[in-house]
Design a protein around this ligand. Structure first.
Ligand SMILES: Nc1nc2c(ncn2[C@@H]2O[C@H](COP(=O)(O)OP(=O)(O)OP(=O)(O)O)[C@@H](O)[C@H]2O)c(=O)[nH]1
Ligand SMILES: [Mg+2]
Length: 294
């Protein structure tokens, strides 16, 4: 059997989380159009007859001096350590630019770990975009294989898995076959709610939101589960944006969250109590960031 840990790195919105979800055939990591959706090192586990690949999805690598962005960078960089394979995902629908050069430069210095390059979003790329990305990668990382796929459309993924397994060491699986993630339940629920809040809010809000699940209670006799969660924003004025007119928006967030959370508890009657709270300048609170960004 083969088994490898695979860290996925790339710019914000390259499609890293979509890729993990497609490979693992499960909602492991939340996705959204807005950049910097992922904030943690999130494991997605894929097992077949060849063996096991333990992916770590990471926050999009964004060069910035702001404390919050630096902390996200740290999460991504520390996931690179001790990984058997690095999968560098690029979105060739955007020009490479400075940020892509920073990541490629960083990866070119890594000699002990194989780096596989993946050009994502093949479904929307022109031939010129594919060629530009391929020549960028061949120049920056000449020793690395380059594959092209669409995480969203699930094309080219079999070839990617073949390449990853070919670089995987012989080893026993790290997780039981049916496991697809190692995230605690409260974290998965908080992330689902954050995804819906991000998707249902305007431009500036996604970065200002974090979600905490404060209570998760089971009543086994009555087959019930009860969740209380808080959507936290940075400023009092943002509360109204999350809640919406007459509570319209928060109702939508709750409804959409319910659909996904229900999949975690298919046999239980689910109740979600969702509230909005302000935590002034939470992105500058190092203690809180220590808890939130792991
Ligand atoms: N057309 C197309 N869109 C894609 C593909 N993969 C991902 N996307 C879209 O790209 C956007 C970003 O996807 P994510 O998976 O959240 O990207 P990410 O790299 O995890 O982003 P961060 O967590 O912010 O770093 C979403 O709107 C996805 O639907 C793809 O193969 N084709
Ligand atoms: Mg992501």
């Amino acid at each position: 059997m083969k088994c490898a840990t695979v860290t996925i790195i790339g710019r914000p919105s390259a499609g890293k989380s979509t890729l993990v979800n497609t490979i693992c055939e499960a909602k492991v990591s939340i996705t959204a159009r807005t950049p910097q959706t992922t904030r943690n090192a999130i494991k997605g586990i894929y097992t077949d007859s060849r063996g096991q690949l333990v992916f770590t999805d990471t926050p999009g690598y964004h060069t910035s001096d702001k404390q919050f962005n630096k902390r996200l960078q740290d999460v991504a960089l520390s996931a690179l350590e001790d990984s058997d394979i690095i999968l560098y995902v690029i979105d060739a629908s955007r020009q490479p630019g400075e940020e892509e050069e920073a990541i490629a430069g960083l990866l070119s210095k890594i000699t002990k770990t194989p780096v596989i390059c993946g050009i994502n979003k093949a479904d929307i790329l022109t031939e010129i975009q594919k060629e530009t990305a391929t020549s960028f990668l061949q120049k920056q990382l000449p020793a690395s294989p380059v594959l092209t796929f669409s995480a969203q459309e699930d094309t080219g993924i079999d070839e990617l898995l073949i390449t990853l397994f070919s670089h995987a060491p012989e080893s026993e699986p790290l997780y039981p076959e049916e496991t697809f993630t190692d995230q605690p339940l409260e974290f998965r629920i908080a992330e689902i709610i954050r995804e819906k809040a991000i998707r249902l809010s305007r431009e500036e809000l996604p970065h200002s939101i974090f979600v905490e699940v404060s209570d998760l209670e089971y009543n086994e006799e009555e087959s019930k589960v009860w969740v209380r969660a808080f959507i936290n924003v940075e400023r009092e004025s943002q509360k109204g944006m999350v809640v919406g007119k007459g509570g319209d928006n928060i109702k939508k967030i709750r409804k959409e969250s319910f659909k996904d959370i229900k999949k975690i508890f298919p046999d239980l009657q689910l109740t979600i109590d969702l509230r909005v709270k302000t935590q002034e300048k939470w992105r500058q609170d190092s203690g809180l960031l220590d808890k939130l960004l792991t």
